[in-house]
Design a protein around this ligand. Structure first.
Ligand code: ARG
Length: 456
């Protein structure tokens, strides 16, 4: 049983089952597109009048009607009902109920198949701009941290084992580079979103002489789609957006994972501010890095959305199929989740404190300058493989005798290789070690400062 008339009633003898109405409706989530739907319809209407497909008087009536629908929705007085199925039909029905039959002229040369594509493209190009703005704030925060922490030495890791000392700023700028590429991916993706599909109609284009370029101009699209079948069938621009979002989430998640580990008492490299942590309902001493954990967890949601859209598209025969309606929930969820994570991570990093002394002390432990000693030998003519072996034995000796490289005497050094001289002691120093990596892309203070200047 259903109450409202459908646009396709002419062909049907029975009305839509209530269960089917509920099952096929998307109005509860695609209502988010109302502004874009109306904006697109106004542009389409103006073009129909310019092409003399409708009269100037009809144009005026329809544009006014659509403006009133918009006002109603914004004021919260619009009656959304699943009988309207989706936002396109809801707006059209409301228009016709206001202005009468003339409202029925609006859909000339248009199908919901190209209309929904237009709405999503209008919506998403806006959202991508917002995401890029939020991402720029996050990049600024990482750059500011890199500037503030310049000179601070931390242990660098591979396999989560202490590897070589690096500048904390170098570590922070590594994330800046990742976020910078993420931004470039969104900018690229924007270009492919920003194309006007109207005029493709259901799949084949239309016999009504529309002026597609004029609609594109009104809606500020630099180009129009080139193939009507492609335009209504593909959602690759959505998949691309969610992929770019997935990579960005992955980058944020890796950083967050480190903040979770670094804020443990055992590591103690960082203090996350009280305002970006939460307490425990039972353990009074606890201060938990929930914000970082949630960003890490929400990364899984976004990956899920990517798999959803890719799977929806896989094996879809040309052209439009109703499966495509399932594109919106993963998209909207990605936009909301990503924007939230970007804002909260910017806030968290703007207030974070690094425990400089603890980092330096840890960088000094664990033979992190062993490679420097091997490089010292190489510069003294020892083949690298032999140097590696010599220093390996030296480290093993230190471990067995509970010594550090700093505490060794020159006699002890010489026991492993006769050519060691007093200048080897300089190589054991972590600051010297960091500044020795004075190669483009390396961790020396000079190179890191150079990069800060370039980007900042
Ligand atoms: N709500 C639909 C969607 O999101 C709009 C297009 C419906 N087209 C159709 N032929 N049923 O995809």
């Amino acid at each position: 049983m259903t109450t409202k008339k459908k646009p396709w009633d002419g062909r049907f003898k029975e009305s839509t089952d209530r269960l089917v109405e509920e099952f096929t409706a998307s109005i509860h989530y695609d209502r988010r597109l109302y502004r874009h739907d109306i904006e697109g319809s106004i542009a389409h209407c103006k073009m129909l009048a310019k092409q003399k497909i409708i009269s100037a008087a009809d144009e005026k009536t329809i544009v006014q009607g659509l403006t009133d629908v918009l006002a109603d929705i914004e004021e919260g007085t619009f009656d959304f009902s699943i009988e309207d199925e989706d936002i396109h039909m809801a707006v059209e029905r409301s228009l016709i109920s206001r202005v009468g039959d003339v409202g029925g002229k609006l859909h000339a040369g248009r199908s919901r198949n190209d209309q929904v594509c237009l709405d999503i493209r209008l919506y998403l190009r806006n959202e991508v701009k917002t995401i890029i703005e939020l991402l720029r704030r996050l990049k600024s925060s990482f750059l500011a941290m890199a500037k503030a922490e310049i000179g601070v030495i931390m242990p660098g890791y591979t396999h989560m084992q202490k590897a070589q000392p690096v500048l904390l700023s170098h570590y922070l700028l590594a994330y800046w580079e990742m976020f910078n590429r993420d931004e470039a991916r969104f900018e690229e993706c924007y270009k492919r979103i920003n194309i006007m599909p109207l005029g493709s109609a259901a799949l084949a284009g239309t016999g009504i002489p529309l002026d597609r370029a004029y609609v594109a101009e009104l809606l500020q699209f630099p180009d129009i789609t080139k193939n009507s079948m492609d335009a209504v069938a593909d959602r690759d621009f959505i998949a691309e957006f969610i992929f770019a979002a997935s990579l960005l989430m992955m980058h944020m998640s890796r950083f967050c994972e480190e903040m979770v580990i670094w804020s443990t008492e055992e590591v103690g490299f960082v203090e996350i501010s009280d305002s970006y942590t939460t307490g425990s309902s039972i353990m009074p001493q606890k201060k938990n890095p929930d914000v970082a954990e949630l960003i890490r967890g929400k990364t899984g949601r976004i990956y899920g959305n990517l798999v959803s859209i890719l799977t929806i598209l896989k094996a879809l025969p040309m052209t439009y199929n109703r499966d495509l309606q399932e594109d919106k929930e993963p998209l909207f969820d990605t936009v909301d989740t990503l924007a939230g994570c970007l804002s909260v991570l910017s806030g968290m990093t703007e207030k974070i404190t690094f425990k400089r002394e603890k980092m330096l002390n840890e960088a000094k432990r664990g033979f992190s300058t062993a490679t420097d000693i091997a490089e010292y030998l190489v510069m003294n003519g020892v083949p690298f493989r032999d140097a590696h072996e010599i220093v390996g034995r030296l480290v093993s000796y230190c471990i067995e005798n509970a010594k550090t490289l700093e505490s060794l005497t020159i006699e002890e050094f010489k026991r492993f290789y006769d050519g060691f001289a007093d200048d080897v002691f300089e190589r054991v120093d972590v600051e010297r070690s960091v500044n020795a990596r004075n190669i483009p892309g390396g961790t020396s203070q000079e190179m890191v400062m150079r990069r800060i200047k370039e980007i900042g």
